[in-house]
Design a protein around this ligand. Structure first.
Ligand SMILES: CC(C)(COP(=O)(O)OP(=O)(O)OC[C@H]1O[C@@H](n2cnc3c(N)ncnc32)[C@H](O)[C@@H]1OP(=O)(O)O)[C@@H](O)C(=O)NCCC(=O)NCCS
Length: 335
């Protein structure tokens, strides 16, 4: 029986820092409101002309991960690309990575599970490795939120939260028992699809329809979020799915060395931290610097934690995510 271990990690964020004060020049908001409710101080936004896109950022993160794994692009047998903000409506970002990295004609799979995208992608990669089909899989989470946010007061409930960036991991086959990805657990609840969504342009909301039928104040091609409803569901689902993962491996919260929660909101992470009685050293948060980068948030945080020496050989690392769909999931990893 094979397992998969993470053999390389990397991340990339655009250079352009956007502080809460910068946002208050565009919309009626302020640093105090944003920090108190979300913990966010600043985020990164792609600047027009800086050469960044969802796929180019993904490639930058992937190249770092690949170098650290000591593999070459020709060793990669599958690309999995998670994003809610692809460069194009179709095709997805995976094929662009294949081209930009000059890889062989390996399969490129796009995952559309928003904030849970990276955990879903890790789960898919893990299954392909466990069955023996592939040895090395490149997993990317990347988002260009700034290109699609309503940067006026009308959109302030959503726009202050999200940021741009990318993270990547290489999953590699291992035969070491009890190490690597021990389990993944995934869930969805489509009844709440509209509570955190971007409805158009889509086959339900074609552009001509949007323009003719929607007055300026009701534009479905900006993201919508029922913030309080999302918050209440997130804290419950995070806890449930972490417990599910721990129980499946006969582990308890006391066994966790590092929890990397999807960076939805610092208050959500702190709530989960209290639930599992974890110390500040056992939970990694960087939403203060980057905002919520959706599918990129876990790989960026995981990479930073690893770079800072906060994840060591043998540690029990828990990844957990919740987001639009609703979808949620966890991965339990023995490093
Ligand atoms: C979004 C969130 C921070 C909003 O906080 P909240 O306490 O629920 O705030 P509300 O939406 O009730 O809004 C409170 C007031 O602040 C206002 N407001 C909203 N955004 C604002 C902003 N950026 N700046 C200033 N005021 C703002 C609202 O208009 C509202 O004003 P009113 O009372 O006059 O109507 C919070 O609900 C949240 O974090 N939810 C989870 C979001 C999340 O994690 N999403 C990602 C999931 S993957």
């Amino acid at each position: 029986m094979y397992t998969s271990k993470i053999s390389g990690l990397g991340y990339y964020v655009p250079e352009n820092i956007v502080t809460n004060d910068d946002l208050s020049k565009l919309m009626d908001t302020n640093d105090e409101w944003i920090q108190e409710r979300t913990g966010i101080k600043e985020r990164r936004h792609i600047k027009k002309g800086d050469g960044n896109s969802t796929s180019t950022m993904g490639v930058k993160a992937a190249k770092i991960a690949l170098e650290r794994s000591k593999l070459t692009k020709d060793d990669i047998e599958l690309i999995i690309f998670a994003t809610l903000s692809p460069d194009m409506y179709f095709p997805g970002g995976g094929v662009r990575v294949q081209e930009m990295m000059d890889m062989k004609t390996v399969p490129a799979l796009d995952v559309r599970n928003q904030c849970s995208g990276f955990v879903y992608a890790i789960s898919v990669a893990d299954q392909f490795i466990k069955t023996g089909m592939y040895k090395n899989v490149l997993v990317i989470g990347s988002e260009n939120h700034s290109g699609g946010l309503d940067m006026t007061t009308r959109g302030r409930g959503v726009s202050v939260i999200f940021g741009d960036g990318a993270g990547a991991a290489i999953l590699t086959r291992s035969e070491e028992k009890g190490r690597g990805v021990l389990s993944t657990h995934l869930h969805s609840e489509g009844a709440h699809a509209k509570e955190l969504s971007l409805e158009g342009p889509s086959t339900e909301h074609w552009v001509p329809e949007i323009i003719s039928e929607n007055p300026q104040e009701n534009i479905p091609y900006y993201p919508y979020m029922n913030g309080q409803f999302v918050f209440k569901n997130a804290v419950v689902r995070f806890s449930e799915v972490i417990n599910e993962g721990l129980q499946a491996n006969n582990l308890s919260a006391a066994d966790i060395d590092m929890l990397i929660p999807h960076q939805a909101n610092l208050r959500i992470s702190q709530f989960v931290q209290r639930q599992f009685k974890l110390s500040d050293d056992q939970v990694y948060n960087n939403i203060q610097k980057y905002g919520n980068t959706t599918a990129a948030s876990i790989p960026i945080a995981l990479t930073e934690a690893w770079e800072q020496g906060k994840i060591k050989e043998g540690d029990l690392v828990v990844l957990a995510a919740f987001g639009s769909g609703f979808t949620w999931g966890s991965a339990i990893i023995k490093w």
